[in-house]
Structure formats: structure tokens, C-alpha cells
Design a protein around this ligand. Structure first.
Ligand code: E4P
Length: 232
């Protein structure tokens, strides 16, 4: 499962890039508005930081408005994937954009039937929102599971982008199901690496090594036998 960050914050993106695990970025109008910056220059900066797909969303609600915005967004950078809401006008726009070779991420997906239609219209990515379904007491991950079954059954090439992942278990479940991508806030990415036993174990190893070194044995052993240039 490829890891995407669901953010428009360049500091978070820069930090995640430095970890070497980030494949792409998803943004939405709420995330972009939080940054209070010019949309185009923000997108260009994100594209310069991450060499993968960067989703940027249209805000028009008719096919014509969406197509106009999609053409502007796609022209900003070749990495831009145009995010289109899963409404009838959105489907019409996706059909046109896919025939033009413009990649789309169909967003605000909450059901397998919506996902089926998006794939038939030619969506490059489908974004089912797991957390927002959980919020209304509907098991969000089940939607991912059913979409995966349907797409596999008919060989759709639309990639399943598990979105609205709110905690590490969402990430684990999406990966177990075989979602192509998981997009998450930076906070969740940080939670993926944390484990108290790792911190405790490292602390103990370093403490034991300090004692060993104090006794002078480490210096002799490591420098003479294994690591001749070590500064241990
Ligand atoms: C996906 O592309 C959306 O931007 C995002 O995952 C929504 O997450 P939220 O429901 O936590 O806002």
C-alpha cells in the first residue's frame, strides 16, 4: 500500500519526505484554506517536494465548471491529479477528463455503488472516506472491502485510495484489505512509527553500552577487532 499524506502543509510534507516513505499527497479545499496561501504556488511547492501524484480539488459543481477548473489545475504541473466530487456532474466530468488523459481522484465516496460508477467513468483513483463513515456508525472499512472485491472481480484499474484514515488501525486494516493507497494526516503517520517497547529497548541498549564503555572493554573490542575507524 502506497502512503500518501493528507495535508497541504509544506512543513509536514518536507518532514515526511525526509523519512523516505511518502509516495503522494492528497489535499482538499478545507486543508488548502487552512494554509492561507495562493493555491497555485502552494501546489507548485508541494510538487517540488514530492515526486508523486498530488491531488488538487475542484470547487465547481457543474460539469462545465469542473472541466474548466480541471484544465487549469492539470496545466499547473504534470503531477497534479484532479479531485472531483462523486456527484452526477462529477461523473460526467470524469468521463471527459479520462478521455483527455487527465488523471482524476474521485472523492467523497461513501458507497460501493458510487465507486462502481466512478470506475466505469474512468476514474484513476477512488477515495472512499473511512473515518467519516465511522463517524455516523457505519463501518467505513467495510466499504473499502466491498469496493476491493468488485474492482478485482472485473479488473478495474481505478486505484483504491483509502481516505479519511484517522488512526493506525485504519491504516493496518486498509493494508490488510489490499487498498492501493492509504492517505493520512501527518499525526497518523507519526503514530505508525511509535512503539513504547522500541523506545524502552533502545534506552536499555544504550544504557548497557554506556556501562560497557565505561569499563573500557568496548573500546578495546570494537576498535581492535571489528570497527577500526569507529569513534566508539
Ligand atoms: C481525502 O482525500 C480527504 O482529504 C480526507 O481523507 C478527509 O479526511 P477527514 O474525514 O479526516 O477530514
Amino acid at each position: 500500500m502506497k502512503i500518501f499524506l493528507d495535508t497541504a502543509n509544506v512543513d509536514e510534507i518536507r518532514e515526511a519526505v525526509s523519512w523516505g516513505v511518502l509516495y503522494g499527497i492528497t489535499t482538499n479545499p478545507s486543508l488548502v484554506s487552512k494554509e492561507g496561501r495562493d493555491f497555485k504556488s502552494l501546489l507548485l511547492e508541494i510538487c517540488s517536494l514530492v515526486k508523486g501524484p498530488i491531488s488538487a480539488e475542484v470547487v465547481g459543481t457543474t460539469k462545465e465548471e469542473m472541466l474548466r477548473e480541471a484544465h487549469i489545475l492539470a496545466a499547473i504541473h504534470e503531477q497534479i491529479v484532479v479531485k472531483i466530487p462523486l456527484i452526477v456532474e462529477g461523473l460526467k466530468a470524469v468521463k471527459v477528463l479520462s478521455s483527455e488523459g487527465i488523471r482524476t481522484n474521485v472523492t467523497l465516496c461513501f458507497s460501493p455503488t458510487q465507486a462502481l460508477l466512478a470506475a466505469k467513468a474512468g476514474a484513476s483513483y477512488i477515495s472512499p472516506f473511512v473515518g467519516r463513515l465511522d463517524d455516523i456508525s457505519h463501518e467505513g472499512m467495510e466499504t473499502i472491502r466491498v469496493i476491493k472485491t468488485i474492482y478485482s472481480q472485473y479488473g478495474f484499474t481505478t486505484e483504491i485510495l483509502a481516505a479519511s484514515l484517522r488512526h493506525p488501525l485504519h491504516v493496518v486494516e486498509a493494508a490488510k484489505i489490499g487498498a492501493d493507497i492509504g492517505t493520512m494526516p501527518f499525526k497518523v503517520l507519526e503514530q505508525l512509527i511509535k512503539h513504547p517497547l522500541t523506545d524502552l529497548g533502545l534506552e536499555r541498549f544504550l544504557k548497557d553500552w554506556r556501562v560497557f564503555k565505561k569499563e573500557g572493554i568496548a573500546q578495546q573490542t570494537v576498535t581492535s577487532a571489528t570497527l577500526p575507524h569507529s569513534h566508539v
